[in-house]
Design a protein around this ligand. Structure first.
Ligand SMILES: NC(=O)C1=CN([C@@H]2O[C@H](COP(=O)(O)OP(=O)(O)OC[C@H]3O[C@@H](n4cnc5c(N)ncnc54)[C@H](O)[C@@H]3O)[C@@H](O)[C@H]2O)[C@@H](O)CC1
Ligand SMILES: [K+]
Length: 463
């Protein structure tokens, strides 16, 4: 069931949704009035009586700005409007006439409101416009972007100019746009809020990930019913141990690490097979999910292990070295039960190996899913998940996750959720959020081991 508040629209989908509202009796003016008044409410709270400067562009984003100016002025705030371009659209002209004030060349105040461009941003801003925005942003302590910061491409999240201001708050109007959840745009938006103007569910829209609803083990659970996770390690012991630790905390009842060496710090509660014999791992019929990649290495032995694991038909998580070794000629028994978790560099390498030419994280992940049938989680500061179930975006995660080993932890968590019976898609959806919550709980400057230790508390948040 589509949740309208969680849907993330392209500009074309937004325009079609707006048209559907108009076909049902709304007008552009009535929608602008609602959107502008909604944004004005947020700005009113933020301003708390202090002066507000609104930068209005020529389109309907500028039109929203004139509505905001009128509403806030009627409430007694001191408002200055800077309008480097005359209104071009009919609705924006009407909004400006209804406001009835005189724009000024520049202003100092407390809150700067960017209504220069929204979803109609079609090309980079002139240096002059960037200069105007920067000057205004620098002379106001609080900065609000209405719908989108100007200079952001709504569908890709790209920044069309350098040196754009950073915002305190971005108010999405009617629906989330892709840029609200994609880097680098997401990083300049500050807090993000959605104001509903009545847009209904849009078919095939990208959705925000559902919050995981986890449960404790069944009353009659045993270690195998909770899930057996196998980890096919290799040359580097540490990464496999980290992933195994994460899998233990991620809900699985039993975790088996296969790596061809002993390790002095191997936890006593981890079953370790140091024969490195992959055949015995894949022939275990109780195996719920297998993770291969962290610490695997890129030797011929590693490639042989990967080839065997791919053919096994067991639900798989492919990460790290497994993604570097993966080639189109390798046979994957059931791609629908395989989750690949590439970071940006691995995603690029995979696209190259599979002859995929695409621009941007979303397009690359979608093309890789299309070409291989695997579920693809393109991880990073923005996470993009593409599978047969659709596409999901996620709230931003802690930037402290940019540390070695955190990817191994995520892969272990995903394998754990899969061994517990989740599809590759839902396992990834849950793993990203448990991982993000663990990072929040671990606080600043954590190591990957400390991240693992925070998983039980993160898990508890979703019970
Ligand atoms: N879609 C909807 O349902 C609603 C949209 N509203 C607002 O309308 C906005 C979209 O309005 P528009 O489609 O008019 O688009 P914009 O207001 O974003 O701007 C489009 C105008 O700017 C020009 N332009 C684009 N890039 C430029 C550049 N770099 N330099 C100079 N000029 C440039 C275009 O040629 C066009 O004239 C939304 O972001 C939102 O704020 C709201 O008013 C209410 C409802
Ligand atoms: K804007």
């Amino acid at each position: 069931m589509t949740q309208a508040a969680d849907q993330i629209l392209t500009v074309a989908q937004m325009q079609a949704a707006e048209q559907a509202l108009i076909d049902n009796g709304e007008t552009v003016e009535s929608l602008m009035e609602r959107a502008g008044a909604g944004a004005a409410d947020w700005i009113w709270r933020l301003a708390a009586g202090r002066p507000v400067t609104i930068l209005c562009g020529p389109g309907n984003n500028g039109g929203d700005g004139y509505v905001i100016a009128r509403v806030l002025q009627e409430r007694g705030l001191s408002i200055s409007v800077v309008a480097p371009m005359e209104p071009g659209s009919e609705a924006a002209k009407t909004a400006r006439d209804t406001w009835g004030g005189q724009p000024v060349d520049t202003a100092h105040g407390e809150v700067f409101v960017d209504c220069l461009f929204g979803t109609g941003q079609s090309r980079p801003l002139s240096n002059e416009l960037v200069g105007t925005m920067r000057t205004l942003a620098a002379s106001h302590n609080l900065r609000v972007a209405v719908d989108l910061p100007s200079g952001v491409d709504s569908d890709s999240g790209a920044l069309l100019n350098d040196n754009l201001p950073e915002y305190t708050l971005t108010i999405a109007l009617g629906a989330w746009k892709r840029a609200h959840w994609l880097m680098p745009a997401m990083a300049v938006m500050g807090e993000r809020r959605l104001f509903d103007i009545g847009v209904g569910p849009v078919e095939d829209a990208i959705q925000l990930a559902r919050r995981p609803g986890l449960s404790p083990p069944d009353a009659d659970a045993h270690k195998y019913s909770r899930g057996l996770v196998g980890i096919a390690g290799g040359d580097m012991a540490g990464a496999g141990i980290l992933a195994a630790r994460a899998a233990q905390h991620g809900g699985a009842g039993y975790v088996k690490l296969s790596s061809p060496h002993s390790h002095p710090d191997l936890p006593a509660d981890l079953v370790h097979d140091d024969s490195g014999d992959i055949a015995s791992l894949v022939s275990d019929e109780r195996m719920g999910a297998l993770l291969i990649g962290p610490g695997l290495g890129q030797t011929d032995t590693a490639r042989r292990k990967l080839t065997e694991v791919l053919k096994s038909g067991i639900a798989l998580v492919l990460d790290a070295d497994a993604l570097t070794l993966l080639r189109p000629e390798m046979e994957i028994a059931f791609p629908g039960t395989v989750l690949a978790t590439p970071h940006e560099g691995e995603l690029d390498r995979l696209c190259k190996a599979f002859g995929i030419v695409a621009e941007g994280k979303l397009a690359k992940a979608a093309a890789l899913h299309e070409s291989t049938g695997m579920t693809v989680l393109a991880k990073g500061p923005d996470n993009v998940l593409v599978g047969n179930e659709g596409t999901r975006f996620f709230p931003p995660t802690s930037s402290w996750l940019s540390a070695a080993g955190t990817g191994d932890v995520l892969a272990g968590l995903a394998a754990s959720r899969m061994a517990g019976g989740r599809s590759a898609f839902h396992a990834a959806e849950e793993a990203v959020q448990i991982h993000a919550e663990a990072a929040r709980i671990a606080g600043p400057a954590f190591s990957a081991v400390e991240l693992v230790n925070a998983i039980p508390a993160a898990y508890a948040q979703f019970l």
